[in-house]
Design a protein around this ligand. Structure first.
Ligand code: IMP
Length: 441
């Protein structure tokens, strides 16, 4: 084999959500982190959430990558993430209090800061949409973590602050904050009638306190990641949210504001795509969604309630009940193609135990015609009707099963139908929340 043919890095893996988020990515990242040297998040912010159990206590993490519980591994917040510095400090403090070493949690200096005005604007925009009498658009149902406005400022440039700005000399930082406050106090005035304007002095003071705490964690992530690649160390890329919420490829405008699919890894980390040779798409055995926007297979009935109850489908970040429905193979196939998945992990299969029959959406009906294509915008997605194939369910509990061959026939058939439709092997099946409750053959 010539140098030219040598594998670039045999263990650079991406973990991405294939639906509307909450697919169970945290469990798979935790599982795969053991065989990687670095874990890197590339998109989103504190809108994401996963729960980890540390010293018997459940802790919800929103910004710190799931790899943090693996001692000796770097957990990197990539440049594509929008970072609420107070949230990051709170998570670091919580982890430290529980005895977790957070020295390996590193944050890109190129990542953008989520500032108070972003959260204020997020809430105000949602309220305005909610109150909008024209009915042209509905509230997105955001997490109100300031995600959209922070990414908008990133595109605006001069009203953005980056993590690296925290390390600037005091005069430079103060000048930047003054500029941003000048814009924010003027542009947001109509939203916040009668309230105090943002005070650049108080905000600079706060950022300088934040800077002291975060300084040891701030890095030039390009250097760190490319040095790791040169040393042939393995990187695990952790996607937040889910492919159908991707700002470019999801059901626009009911999406989040970043590229949640694997396509976001390049811009969100500075690592070129050919470095990644394994892309694990994470799916739930059914569908859930939080917030607004269409979901073709949603069940607004007892069946939906039953899935919600059996799957404990309530949001980690906002606690909102999740909308539940049957598995949508049209949307899943779209997401698998978009990400270039080399394999799938099917999560929460155990939740479907006990249903006599299961429905799989195999096509949509749109304007009287059948289609297997996921439409490019929310208005069209809202008009499709799911066409179901009904298959036998499995009545026995499967949480103790550890080999695919030992699953009930109906469960194995269910998995095979997913593989056939997506042309992609399911290499991991999760049958419970614990690490051990995983089928990997
Ligand atoms: P934002 O990301 O807070 O702006 O919210 C935009 C939409 O994405 C809303 O419908 C949220 O509920 C949804 N969303 C954002 N992050 C997640 C996630 O991690 N899981 C599930 N839904 C999410």
């Amino acid at each position: 084999m010539t140098d030219h043919d040598a594998p670039l890095n045999p263990a650079c893996t991406a973990v991405v959500g294939l639906q509307w988020g909450d697919e169970g990515k945290g469990k798979i990242v935790d599982l795969l982190a053991a065989s990687h040297d670095l874990v890197v998040r590339y998109n989103g912010g504190a809108n994401a959430g996963h729960t980890v159990v540390v010293a018997g206590v459940r802790t919800a993490l929103h910004l710190v990558p799931s790899g943090v519980l693996h001692p000796g591994k770097a957990s990197i917040i990539g440049n594509g993430v929008v970072v609420d510095p107070h949230q990051l400090i709170a998570e670091l403090d919580q982890l430290n209090d529980r005895g977790v070493d957070t020295a390996g949690v590193l944050c890109s200096s190129r990542a953008h800061l989520v500032m108070p005005w972003h959260k204020d604007e997020d809430a105000a925009r949602e309220q305005l949409l909610h109150d909008d009498a024209t009915g042209a658009a509905e509230a997105i149902g955001t997490t109100k973590r300031g995600i959209g406005p922070a990414y908008a400022d990133k595109a605006h440039r001069v009203t953005a602050l980056r993590v690296g700005d925290l390390l600037a000399d005091p005069q430079t930082l103060a000048a930047k904050v003054r500029t941003v406050c000048r814009f924010k106090n003027r542009t947001l005035q109509t939203f916040f009638d009668g309230r105090d304007p943002y005070d650049p002095v108080a905000i600079t003071r706060d950022l300088r306190t934040v800077a002291v705490r975060l300084k040891p964690h701030i890095i030039d992530s390009f250097l760190t990641l490319h040095r790791a690649l040169d040393e042939r160390r393995s990187i695990l890329f952790e996607g937040a949210n889910g492919t159908l919420l991707d700002v470019d490829h999801g059901g626009y405008p009911y999406v989040t504001s970043s590229n949640c699919s694997a396509l976001g890894i390049g811009p969100g980390t500075g690592v070129p795509p050919q470095r990644i040779n394994r892309i694990v798409g994470i799916m739930k055995a059914y569908c859930t969604r939080v917030g607004g926007g269409p979901m073709p297979t949603e069940l607004n009935n007892d069946l939906g309630d039953r899935i919600r109850k059996q799957g404990n489908e309530f949001g980690t970040t906002t606690g909102r009940p999740r909308r539940c429905g049957w598995l949508d193979l049209v949307a899943l196939d779209y997401a698998v193609k978009l990400n270039g998945c080399t394999e799938i992990a099917c999560m929460l299969l155990d939740v479907l135990a006990g249903f006599e029959t299961l429905n799989l959406c195999v096509e949509y009906e749109l304007d009287g015609k059948r289609t297997g294509h996921f439409p490019p915008d929310a208005d069209t997605i809202a008009r499709v009707k799911p066409i179901y194939e009904t298959v036998d369910g499995f009545t026995s509990a499967i949480t103790q099963v550890r080999h695919r061959a030992d699953l009930p026939d109906a469960a194995r058939r269910y998995l095979s139908l997913i593989e056939e439709r997506t042309g992609t092997p399911i290499r991991i099946v999760s049958v419970g929340p614990d690490r051990e409750q995983t089928i990997r053959d």
